[in-house]
Design a protein around this ligand. Structure first.
Ligand SMILES: Cc1cc2nc3c(=O)[nH]c(=O)nc-3n(C[C@H](O)[C@H](O)[C@H](O)COP(=O)(O)OP(=O)(O)OC[C@H]3O[C@@H](n4cnc5c(N)ncnc54)[C@H](O)[C@@H]3O)c2cc1C
Length: 437
């Protein structure tokens, strides 16, 4: 059962961040915190932003570090699928931002960023601005509902509130959990965004865990996964086996289902693989870089004013804005980095690496040194069975091949309990890297 007190606290905490976002003020152009020395402003205190802040404090203690974040508390998207079906509790996912910031020596400011002025080197929030010497943009993603609805705000709001995807750290996670825990049966449609998108294997994990929940509680429901791709990727073999061996009665997987028309009011979606009606849904619109990247002029636009690919255009190796080493972009917002594989996987593990990379580069620049190339790795565990707890995994490595970044990928498709234990350890270690002493 959903722990009501914790759920309400979570909603209050996440909601508080959102409320703050709309409290405009007359002091719109004042400097909010005069600089004591050279300053790095980090826009977004999620996986990438906090990793960058902590690493900067270690490598360059002379630099002032300010993190600006709309949510007053940290809510982890990684492990949230397990939280939806009570495999882990709220305490596991939520972390205080203030005390770890004080311990590590950076400023955490709970504020909505409203714009970026690269010429004046200012980050604007609702009631003033923060000047910077270096800026790290770590805003994650936004849901590009416009791809489905254009400017139809009613359709966007209806979809966001009735069929939330819960792919961004905000109160949508609570709504989705409530929906799953109260689902009485019927057709539940889950649309997947076209690639690249945040955490590619996680929608399939979510389907497995909801299916497990239905099976365990004898809920007469069916999940239809509408995937625009021609097959499950990554760890396709492991998910396919889970769908067939564990959830034959609960999951229907439909490949090549590119969305051509979405009607959230009539609860109907048309795709290149046919039309589907639904009793309930988890509707994942296409993902693009967080809005701040566009505000900073880092998203390439067509002459008609539409984003070319929706992601931040940065130096592939050092992740700074092209021709501007005072601005870095990290985490999921980063655009393609290699002709060989395109985007880094949009994963918290990679975002932590990116945070460290940007901190290393800024620290070098601040000391008048050359930046040294660094590459991340990535590793991701996905829980496919709730009883017994069994996971599968995918492992990515990167290296330079003649100045180009090359990726190797190993899928571990055999589900096994040891991988779930490793997943829990990975999460604990990651939270420790971000908030530990
Ligand atoms: C269901 C699910 C499961 C996942 N599982 C895994 C996993 O097992 N392993 C893994 O490695 N990754 C996983 N991920 C992916 C992981 O969550 C992301 O890759 C990671 O969060 C990216 O880090 P980031 O710093 O780029 O973005 P985020 O962590 O989203 O941080 C961005 C921050 O910027 C803030 N922000 C944005 N705009 C503004 C603004 N205007 N003003 C103020 N603040 C702003 C946001 O509030 C947010 O806190 C999963 C994701 C989901 C949704």
């Amino acid at each position: 059962m959903l722990d009501r007190r914790k759920a309400l606290n979570t909603i209050a905490a996440l909601g508080a961040g959102i409320a703050l976002a709309h409290t405009g003020s007359a002091r719109a152009s004042s400097e909010l915190m005069p600089r004591s020395g050279r300053r790095v402003v980090i826009a977004g205190g999620g996986w990438g932003g906090i990793a960058a802040a902590r690493t900067l404090r270690q490598l360059a203690p002379d630099l002032e570090v300010v993190v600006l974040e709309r949510n007053p508390v940290f809510f982890s998207c990684p492990m949230s699928n397990k939280w939806l079906v009570d495999v882990v509790g709220t305490d596991f996912l939520m972390h205080d931002q203030l005390a770890p910031a004080q311990r590590a020596g950076y400023r955490f400011v709970n504020a909505e960023i409203t714009g970026i002025d690269r010429e004046k080197k200012r980050v604007h929030v609702t009631d003033g601005f923060f000047g910077y010497d270096w800026l790290i943009l770590a805003p994650g993603i936004h849901h590009a509902y416009e791809a489905w609805f254009g400017n139809d705000r009613a359709a966007i709001n209806h979809t966001r509130t009735r069929f939330p995807s819960a792919y961004i750290p905000n109160a949508e996670h609570l709504s989705l959990k409530h929906k799953i825990q109260n689902f009485k049966g019927g057709d539940l449609v889950m649309t997947l965004p076209p690639p690249p998108h945040r955490c590619p294997p996680s929608p399939y994990e979510r389907a497995c865990l909801i299916a497990w929940h239905m099976k365990k509680n004898k809920i007469p429901g069916r999940i239809t996964i509408l995937d625009p791709k021609d097959g499950i990727r990554p760890i396709g073999g492991g998910f396919k086996r889970a769908f067939e061996e564990l959830y034959k009665d609960q999951i229907t997987y439909v490949p090549n289902a590119r969305i051509t028309e979405m009607d959230p009011f009539k609860q109907r979606v048309r795709t290149s693989a046919g039309e589907f009606k639904f009793d309930d849904a988890i509707l994942m619109a296409p993902h693009q870089a967080g809005h701040l990247c566009r505000s900073a002029g880092l998203v390439k636009m067509t002459p008609e004013g539409k984003p070319v690919n929706g992601w931040a255009d940065v130096d592939e190796v050092f992740l700074h804005a092209r021709g501007d080493t005072s601005v870095f972009v990290i985490g999921d917002a980063v655009g393609p980095v290699s002709l060989l594989f395109g985007h880094y996987p949009k994963a918290g593990h990679v975002a932590i690496w990116h945070g460290r990379m940007a901190a290393n580069h800024i620290s070098a620049l601040a000391k008048g040194r050359q930046m040294q190339a660094m590459l991340p790795d990535n590793l991701c565990f996905m829980l496919v069975n709730g009883d017994p707890l069994e996971a599968i995994m995918v492992d990515f490595k990167y290296r330079f091949v003649q100045d180009m970044i090359e990726q190797t990928q190993i899928d571990v498709n055999e589900r096994n309990p040891e991988l779930f234990v490793r997943d829990m350890n990975w999460a604990r270690e990651s939270y420790g890297k971000l908030f530990g002493t």
